[in-house]
Design a protein around this ligand. Structure first.
Ligand SMILES: [Fe+2]
Ligand SMILES: [Fe+2]
Length: 447
């Protein structure tokens, strides 16, 4: 590395000449020898040295200490003071300018070299540190999230521009203040100390002007062995847009659900208009099926699907001539065969609709029986969907309990007898038990 360049500031000519020689003999380049503070600044602008050797007492308006402050702060050049005395006051003032070294006259060459080298090293380190700090600070300031750093007493020691904007307080207003005075949450009882480190939490921040901002935040502890000491870093971001999108999604999902339910209901009414004797049948079956599903511990989502399937389970009857549906006498074998096509027909109608549940399959299976004696496919217990098994029980109970064109109502008691008798043969035992319990013990009513 080439030797450093040194500017000498000394108003005594003789001393200045000696110093000049000594510095050159040590191998440094002398960029100039000046006498006043004003000349220092001019010289710095012309030929930038690496270090300034300066007498504390100078002629002119500016003394060495005032000049040194400018030299380091504005030009980032270290200053080594040379003085023939060091009284306490001068020393105190000199300290404020971050001195890089002192030399008290007279001094040896070796002493001068050591002081210059130490000053250059210290200056390099300080500049490096300053650069790193600036780098870190630029990053923290340009991050899109709000960042607040707390010291061990919970006082704010750093707040970035985003955090200032969101809290409504600038650096001056926020620094040194208690965190909860600046970072006001709607739920005042919750403070960063209560938060699980690094876990993401949603809260509502109240800005200085009372604006409520939904945020998500994390709190990270600063370990005590760090240079800045123990404390906490709070990182938070505005989630207003996300919350709005979530709400809109929920609203549109609810609208879609309502539209779906409305459509199902319209279909259900259409079928029943053609078949007035079974009017209300699907609605009552849906009510009982849902209650059985609940009794069996089905999830809310599954219950929703079961209910919708039940509400249109006989949709395939749209293909059955209405004379057959409303025939007041017993059906012939052929007529019965035609009626038996309705689960398949219903499946055909529904299979292309993308429901979030297997609606078409439930409808197809609602006349299957667990011993395989049902139709259209003769499926057995494990092959039949739970929803279809529940629907089968509810369908039979409702049909027997109600009036039909070709027979009067058997009543609920007969209906329950039928399912109890065929429990485990035609109907799933759990589904039968749940249905019996609902009607006999829980006072369930079909209406
Ligand atoms: Fe049916
Ligand atoms: Fe039915």
């Amino acid at each position: 590395m080439s030797k450093a360049r040194v500017l000498i500031v000394e108003d005594e000519n003789l001393v200045a000449r000696d110093l000049h020689n000594m510095v050159r003999l040590l191998g440094y380049e002398v960029t100039g020898v000046v006498q006043t503070g004003e000349e220092v600044i001019a010289s710095l602008n012309q030929k930038k040295p690496d270090l300034v050797l300066m007498d504390i007492v100078l002629k002119g308006k500016l003394d060495g200490i005032s000049v040194a402050a400018v030299v380091w702060e504005e030009y980032c050049i270290p200053v080594v003071y040379i003085t023939s005395f060091a009284d306490d006051l001068t020393f105190e003032r000199a300290k404020l300018t971050e001195p890089f070294g002192y030399l008290i006259k007279p001094f040896e060459e070796r002493e001068l070299e050591l002081t210059i080298e130490t000053a250059l090293y210290k200056a390099r380190m300080q500049l490096l540190l300053r650069e790193k700090e600036q780098w870190l600070s630029t990053i923290l300031r340009s991050i899109g999230d709000g960042i607040i750093v707390l010291n061990s007493e919970g006082l704010i020691s750093f707040i970035n521009p985003v955090a200032q904007r969101m809290t409504g307080l600038d650096e001056k207003q926020a620094l040194g203040r208690k965190f909860e005075q600046v970072f006001r949450l709607k739920d005042q009882n919750r403070q960063p100390a209560d938060f699980e480190p690094f876990s993401l939490r949603e809260s509502v921040l109240i800005s200085k002007d009372g604006q409520e901002i939904p945020i998500e935040q994390t709190v990270a502890p600063l370990p005590p062995d760090m240079a800045v000491g123990p404390g906490q870093v709070i990182v938070f971001r505005d989630i207003t847009a996300r919350k709005k999108a979530e709400r809109e999604l929920q609203d549109s999902w609810a609208r879609l659900q309502r539209a779906l339910q409305g459509t199902i209901q319209a279909i259900s009414i259409t079928i029943e208009m053609r078949d007035p004797y079974t009017a209300g049948h699907q609605r009552r079956v849906a009510k009982l099926a849902e209650a059985i599903g609940k009794e069996l511990g089905m999830s809310e989502a599954q219950l929703e699907g079961l209910k919708l399937a039940a509400e249109i389970h006989d949709i395939g009857k749209i293909y059955v001539p209405s004379e057959i549906l409303s025939k007041p006498t017993k059906l012939t074998e052929l007529e019965y065969t035609i009626i038996k096509t309705h689960p398949q027909a219903g499946h055909e109608i529904l299979k292309t609709i993308e429901f979030p549940w297997p609606i078409a399959e439930i409808v197809l299976q609602h006349h299957e029986r667990i011993d395989g004696s049902g139709y259209p496919r003769g499926l057995k217990n494990g092959q039949i969907l739970l929803e279809a098994r529940i629907l089968a029980v509810a369908d039979v109970v409702e049909a027997m309990a109600s009036h039909r064109p070709y027979r009067p109502a058997f009543g609920l008691d007969r209906a329950l007898e039928e399912i109890k008798l065929n429990r485990g043969r035609l109907y799933g035992p759990d589904e039968v038990d749940a249905c019996v319990k609902l009607i006999e013990q829980k006072g369930f009513s079909l209406e």
